[in-house]
Design a protein around this ligand. Sequence first.
Ligand code: PMP
Length: 445
Amino acid sequence: MDAHNKPNAPVLDSYWMPFTANRQFKAAPRLLASAEGMHYTSVDGRTILDGTAGLWCVNAGHGRRQIAAAVERQLSTMDFAPSFQMGHPIAFDFAQRLAEIAPGPAGAKLDRVFFTGSGSESVDTALKIALAYQRSIGQGTRTRLIGRERGYHGVGFGGISVGGIVNNRRVFPQLPGSDHLRHTHDPARNAFVRGQPEHGAELADDLERLVALHGAETIAACIVEPVAGSTGVLIPPKGYLERLRAICDKHGILLIFDEVITGFGRLGAAFATDYFGVTPDLVTTAKGLTNGAIPMGAVFASRKVHDALMHGPEGQIELFHGYTYSGHPAACAAGIATLDIYRDEGLMTRAAELQDDWHEAMHSLKGLPHVIDIRTIGLIAGIELKSRDGAPGARAYDVFVDCFERGLLIRVTGDIIAFSPPLIAEKQHFDEIVSMLADALKRVK
Ligand code: PMP
């Protein structure tokens, strides 16, 4: 029996689902009812192995009682408090805890923290901070924002402007003056690579090209995901991020890393900033910040950026920006409990211990039908399939549906399958993922 025909199944009409083909979904819904550890349970009682940490966020695994208890305690002590011209200790405590592990090297950490409600809000916040910073140092002509093709930076107007996904941009206007670097996806030169590919560092020179085209004095910031996740796991070529940093420094352009996916241990270091050893001026985060349990985002800013904005007349608001839910007490409680778990269980570096087994498992899928590339870094993998003639994305979607029926949650974007299992995974889970995916690949047309 279909899940939606069950007696206690929800009526599906009213919920307009995000990033979903609503009519197709509602004709054959996939509904999750509970979650524990590495697994979901569907409404029809099947166990589903979570190959994607929810949506790249449940890094410490599901059902963490410590987080639930902290949120419960906070909500019954103080459910909400305004953050405008008013404070509550837990938001300051959480920011201090984050400052201790903030991205960047000791002595130059990005340890000033602005709270938001999501990844999209973090991106728009970082872009606005960059603009405000440039103006505050007398560089007010710098209003242009540079992103990258195939970048995903959420769905705010700032995020879609610097983002590089055509479907997210097609019907919406964008910020004037936004421009894009080329993406780094180049399977002709870099197929089946573990870790960073050899070829493509020179693509960073696109930023020089845009400087030559527009003039450095018009460019405020350049934003990239260190590893692009949502558009199919694009790993930066060796030397690429370093080159981007050098060009930004040369021309007074702020560099922003969008670490909404890579933050909080995904690569085996707390942040991709630390993993790659390249330090941007601003870092956007969300997702793993609270283990996905409560919506929240945070922007980490360097002292240089933060302190420039802290000048000005006494009593003046330094940045006209913020959200009702910035530093929400329940989200901060969830965040502190999450950081405790990451620390106590060593999860920030666990991906580094697991990655050899993970990469081995993923690359064992080479040679299976339709597989044209496999890319792995930290506890992430992208498996690219050959598109079915005339129907891009259809083959991977069929694999996604089949895997769900077999008991495996994967994520697909176009014809690329993306994996990002919770950091509590064991080797046996990798074997299960490989086995279910291999069966699905052998069956798909
Ligand atoms: N930036 C990146 C790199 C992301 O992966 C995402 C979400 N997948 C976002 C921003 C947007 O986050 P949210 O959906 O929480 O707004």
